[in-house]
Design a binder for this molecule. Structure first.
Ligand code: BG6
Length: 489
């Protein structure tokens, strides 16, 4: 990947007063500025409908910075420089009449980057209006997820945007791809020949991917209830992680080489028929319980909830990849809201050696595992069997981790937020951490058949207590294969 070169650009942010922009995007831009990664001539234009009192919208953004950037990282000189780059324009994104003012504002400041932090339903109209004032000719556009809510609607979004600009200038966000440890997966797999030789069905028994959140719906009930955990998390984040674990080595690190390999994995995912669904997929919905020792309401009792909702807040499933590398290796995926802790991790379980020379009673001791922690406490641990120290212990085995803890190893470097990395890559014109149209569509195709199966069966999510690891059936999903979720207590 190319080293960082800082070029000037004008960054226009549609939806600049929304939660994502205030909580994540402006703080990420500020951090880039603080790290010296915004060119002196880079301009930031915040766009939203709100007219507000003069200066009021900008004040909300500035207040957001002070709230979401850790106090020790707020530097008065950087803040001043950052705020001097920032301007605000109130506009109705759907109205063509609003765009000449934008064109005038950004005139002659190329390249232009347009970030759509808006619902996907307005992407087409924004593109059409930008094109109408000649602002799309060299512009890169960044599209936030979700791209549609099923295959048909995602194709519609993709086709609409494609009318105005080529795929090479479209950056679809999956913020998990911006996480440091997720990028480290690429280094781990393809810069260490040690792993690549073992990375297949001959040596790996199964793979677990867990993305657990401790939070509930956090005031997003209206959005979330139309989506559910399968659409919100599996279709994008978990399938992207699965692709990075399962893909073949790309021939180089170009965006298309990486994305071609990911698409092959998505195409090889075995469909799960309605008959297999009850064995291979578990849906759950949390009921009242506790979080960090405090009582919390159930999903149906959250603010603005519809008490009849059938939407899942938890999914666990067993996926299979039909290719030479992975045939017969289950990938267990699990994600949910209101889990006991925030935890994203991938565990690769290696097979036992076929001939065992130690005392037979030690055989059930764990075999080798590679644990990749994405958050919190980013790091990688390889569990290896060692001999217990001492004269009295004979050849008594113990499992010990060979550990690489990123937060400790690189104490002087803060771990950047995923959006910092992604915004930097867009500014540099690198697409390798963004999702190509066909990846989104293949992922939807696979998820759509699960949703269709649930509808056909009239499936209802199984209740689980907030603060637990999901419904009992999620344990059974893996224990029926004589395995268990790593680390559940
Ligand atoms: C988003 C989902 O894409 O990812 C949210 O829409 C979820 O529901 C979030 O909470 C999780 O991201 P992270 O980075 O906190 O794991």
């Amino acid at each position: 990947m190319p080293a960082v070169t800082v070029c000037p650009c004008t960054f226009v942010l549609f939806g600049a007063l929304g939660d994502l922009a205030v909580r994540k995007l402006f703080p990420a831009l500020y951090q880039l500025d603080r790290a010296g990664l915004l060119h002196a001539d880079t301009r930031l234009v915040a766009l939203a409908r709100e007219a507000g009192e003069a200066g009021q919208p900008l004040a909300s953004i500035q207040q957001g910075l002070r709230q979401y950037v850790p106090a020790v990282e707020l530097d008065a000189a950087v803040l001043q420089r950052f705020e001097a780059r920032l301007s605000y324009l109130s506009m109705d994104f759907l109205s063509p009449q609003a765009y000449p003012a934008l064109a005038e504002k950004v005139l002659g400041t190329e390249p232009l980057i347009a970030y759509f932090a808006t619902p996907a339903s307005v992407y087409g109209a924004i593109c059409e209006n930008l094109a109408g004032v000649g602002l799309l000719e060299r512009t890169r556009v960044v599209l936030e997820k979700p791209i549609g809510h099923d295959l048909a609607s995602s194709q519609q979004v993709n086709q609409t945007v494609a009318r105005y600009l080529p795929e090479t200038r479209i950056y679809r966000i999956d913020h998990y791809l911006g996480k440091e440890t997720v990028q480290n997966l690429i280094a781990l797999r393809f810069a260490n020949s040690l792993f690549e030789t073992q990375w297949n069905q001959h040596y790996i028994s199964h793979v677990e991917i867990t993305v657990a959140e401790q939070v509930g719906i956090e005031g997003r009930w209206g959005y979330f209830d139309k989506a559910g955990q399968l659409r919100d998390m599996i279709q994008n984040h978990l399938l992207q992680l699965l692709c990075l674990i399962a893909m073949d080595p790309p021939s180089d690190l170009s965006a298309d080489s990486i994305r071609d390999e990911k698409v092959k994995v998505l195409k090889a995912l075995a469909p799960i028929t309605a008959e297999q669904l009850t064995q291979q997929v578990v849906r759950g919905q949390y009921v009242a319980g506790s979080s960090d020792g405090q009582p919390v309401p159930g999903y149906l009792e959250e603010d603005n909830a519809n008490a009849q909702s059938n939407t899942e807040t938890f999914v666990a499933l067993r996926a299979e990849i039909r290719n030479w590398r992975w045939s017969g290796v289950p990938f267990y995926l699990r994600t949910g809201k209101r889990m006991p802790q925030k935890l994203s991790q991938i565990v690769i379980h290696f097979k036992e050696s076929s001939h065992y020379i130690f005392a037979p009673e030690q055989r059930p001791l764990v075999s080798n595992r590679l644990i990749i922690r994405l958050q919190p406490d980013e790091g990688i641990a390889l569990q290896v069997m060692t001999k217990e120290q001492g004269l009295n212990n004979g050849m008594h085995l113990h499992s010990r981790p060979l550990q690489l803890d990123f937060s400790e190893t690189y104490t002087r470097t803060r771990i950047p937020d995923a959006y910092e990395r992604l915004l930097l890559e867009v500014m540099q014109g690198n697409q390798y951490l963004f999702v190509r149209k066909d990846e989104v569509e293949h992922a939807w195709r696979w998820c759509d058949q699960l949703i269709a199966g649930w509808t056909e069966l009239g499936d209802s999510p199984k209740p689980y207590t907030a603060g637990s690891w999901g419904p009992l059936a999620a344990s059974t999903l893996i224990t029926q294969d004589k395995r268990s979720w790593y680390g559940d207590s």
